[in-house]
Write a protein that binds this ligand. Structure first.
Ligand code: 9WO
Length: 236
């Protein structure tokens, strides 16, 4: 059972997003347990303050270290990266992180506990990244209003890789999502009708000729990858 704990100042943000599809089934099957936690519950002052002004000046506010260290201590049993069990990951979602990949999600799916820290305001005190976090992760090169949407993405990519989460009809490649296909992305898909508003499904897909279909799919996937993601194609 993978335990996912999400530290956020907006726990209600997550109230429905895990209630659909594969994640819902994985929760119901006891493969994963996902719990959002209010960062403010680890404050000790009357007004539950989680942020403060940046040293050195500048706009906006920074999330204070104390409530975050207290939250991780209570959820993981340690308040320094080196004391956190190897089976647990403490993840900070931030634009400065390492880019999330299928391989990282696959590692997360093998852990016993995933603690996701969602930043807000203009940033998080850097001592969190320096001394507490095991993985600082970015989902892409853009700024969000907080780490919450990125935490959703990490949970989604991770949970579907837990053995049993996809059910028996689908199988997950252990390799990276494009590694098994010489760097190409998935091929284009079509369903009925064979003609829609003048647009025809490629004839070869209607023939039942499996060899030609496989070749068409490989070529079409490579063509589209060359156009949209040339960085993925392997050089040989
Ligand atoms: C806000 C801001 C405002 C003015 C000038 C500079 C600024 N930087 C930021 C900023 O980076 N805010 C972050 C918002 C603080 C940490 C949480 N936030 C966040 C996480 N935004 N984007 C992410 C994120 C996480 C994972 N992958 C991609 C983006």
């Amino acid at each position: 059972m993978l335990r996912v704990d999400i530290i956020t100042i907006f726990p209600d943000y997550f109230s429905e997003v895990f209630d659909y599809g594969i994640i819902r089934r994985a929760c119901a099957a006891g493969l994963v347990s996902i719990q959002p936690h209010d960062l403010r519950s680890w404050t000790s002052d009357k007004h539950h303050v989680v942020d403060d002004r940046p040293f050195g000046g500048g706009d906006g506010m920074v999330l204070k270290p104390e409530p975050i260290f207290a939250a991780v201590e209570s959820l993981a049993g340690a308040r320094r990266r080196e004391n956190i069990a190897a089976t647990k990951r403490v993840v900070l979602l931030s634009p400065q992180g390492k880019r999330l990949t299928q391989s990282i999600a696959s590692d997360f799916a093998k852990s016993e506990q995933l603690i996701l820290i969602c930043g807000r305001y203009e940033g998080v005190d850097e001592r969190v990244a320096d001394a507490l976090v095991t993985d600082e992760i970015s989902i892409g090169d853009y700024v969000l209003s907080g780490g919450e949407p990125a935490a959703l993405v990490v949970v989604d990519a991770t949970v579907r890789l837990i053995p049993g989460a996809l059910g028996s009809e689908t199988s997950v490649t252990t390799e990276s999502f494009s590694e098994a296909s010489n760097g190409s992305l998935d091929y284009p898909h079509y369903t009925r009708p064979p003609e829609f508003e003048g647009m025809r499904v490629p004839e070869v897909l209607l023939t039942g000729h499996h060899g030609e279909i496989a070749r068409w799919r490989r070529d079409a996937a490579e063509e589209k990858t060359k156009r949209n993601r040339p960085d993925l194609l392997k050089k040989e």
